[in-house]
Design a binder for this molecule. Structure first.
Ligand code: FMN
Length: 377
């Protein structure tokens, strides 16, 4: 079905195609959407006291305003991360700001967090949460700061206050390359300050029912930066990390016109870089902080590589554009075969398996010094 529609979808600009997809997922009655495959107990993940029916999630940025959640869950995702939402609405960067490169299954975006703001986001969430039965899956909310905010923690703290009570988990996004200064929050002291403020607010606004707090990081980090971040996150008992956001690096083999677009690169060219960051972070934390692996996943094998490198869950975005909405189901089916091949009876046994057997069979990143760009040079 997607093969037939793909030429039509690709004749539209990426953003128009995206808006149409969200519109369809919002308005087409869910019974008309393809029925996802049933979830295998071998893929069920229990983490942070949450039950993920399968490990395949939708990454942040796809449903920025939490407007199409029911339709998206219907595609078979085990979890969905809505956002990035900011406190005030903002229009983002001028268009065009999303670029596809189908020959390389790659995307560059410089959207700059366009979204309707937290008030509309909350309205949409309420509608989703009030409708019973709720789809079987976990809902993460991803928050970021407005472009004109000079004191980031003010935005993050306010967003935690407003959204923590509605979230199954919360993600602090400090890694989009399209908001000036945002990635500086990954530096040791600014990070400690920001996360301490956010943790205090989570406690104040949620009492005993605090959602897990995750931090989403860039793939363009040096080993020293990873070690610094790992020590802060362990110190503050942060619940999880998402590795990774888009990269500023550009592999030489991408077409020049595409490569020169400003913004974050995602899809296939990001696959190995994000896996090596996952591997490195898992080593630095001795597997103590659960990782959601994301970056270029377009097959069960890609997902499994990240799981063996240390990811407990995975997310997809760019490859949905190239492979279509059956991708989550395809990954789940393929994962069962890959577990079988390695003699694992449950997915939890595969998480970080490369570190235990010392077989870096899919990626040698664990043992190499990483300067944040080398893997793509
Ligand atoms: C068009 C587009 C918009 C995105 N917007 C966001 C966003 O708002 N917040 C965020 O945390 N990540 C955002 N991302 C990054 C993705 O969530 C993901 O981390 C990244 O694309 C790598 O995964 P992929 O290679 O499967 O796309 C965006 C990615 C794309 C392609």
């Amino acid at each position: 079905m997607y093969k037939t529609l793909k030429p039509l979808i690709f004749s539209l600009s990426p953003e128009t195609a995206h808006r149409l997809t969200l519109f369809a997922l919002k308005h087409v009655p869910v019974v008309l959407l393809p029925r996802p495959q049933s979830n295998s107990p071998r893929l069920k993940v229990t983490l942070w006291g949450r039950s993920f029916p399968n490990p395949v999630g939708l990454a942040a940025g796809f449903d920025k305003n939490a407007e199409s959640l029911n339709g998206l869950f219907r595609l078979g995702f085990g979890f969905i991360e809505a956002g990035t939402v900011t406190l005030k609405p903002q229009s983002g960067n001028p268009r065009p700001r999303v670029f596809r490169c189908p020959e390389h299954n790659a995307v560059i975006n410089r959207m700059g967090f366009p979204n309707c703001g937290v008030v509309t986001f909350q309205d949409n969430l309420r509608k989703f949460l009030e409708k019973k039965p709720r789809p079987n899956g976990v809902l993460g909310l991803n928050i970021g700061m407005n472009k004109d905010q000079t004191e980031p923690s003010k935005d993050y703290v306010a967003l935690v206050r407003l959204l923590a009570p509605m979230a199954d988990y919360l993600t602090i996004n400090i890694s989009s390359p399209n908001t000036p200064g945002l990635r500086n929050l990954q530096e040791k002291e600014p990070l400690r300050e920001l996360l301490s403020a956010v943790l205090a607010e989570r406690k104040a606004s949620c009492g005993d029912f605090q959602p897990p707090l995750l931090v989403k990081l860039a793939p363009d980090l040096t080993d020293t930066q990873i070690d610094d971040i790992a020590s802060v996150l362990l110190d503050l008992k942060i619940d999880g990390v998402i590795l990774s956001n888009t990269t500023l690096s550009r592999p030489e083999n991408l077409p020049v016109a595409f490569r020169e677009e400003k913004g974050g690169l995602s899809g296939a060219p990001l696959t190995d870089l994000s896996t090596s960051i996952i591997r490195r972070f898992y080593s630095a934390t001795k597997g103590e902080i659960p990782i959601i692996g994301v970056g270029g996943i377009g097959s069960a094998k890609d997902a499994y590589t990240k799981i063996r490198a240390g990811a407990s869950l995975i997310q997809i975005y760019s490859n949905l554009i190239f492979h279509g909405p059956s991708l989550p189901s395809m990954i789940n089916t393929g994962l069962i075969d890959l577990l079988q091949q390695d003699g694992f009876s449950h997915i939890s046994e595969a998480v970080g398996a490369d570190h235990r057997t010392n077989t870096t069979k899919n990626d040698p990143g664990d043992t190499q010094e990483n300067d944040g760009t080398a893997k793509l040079a």
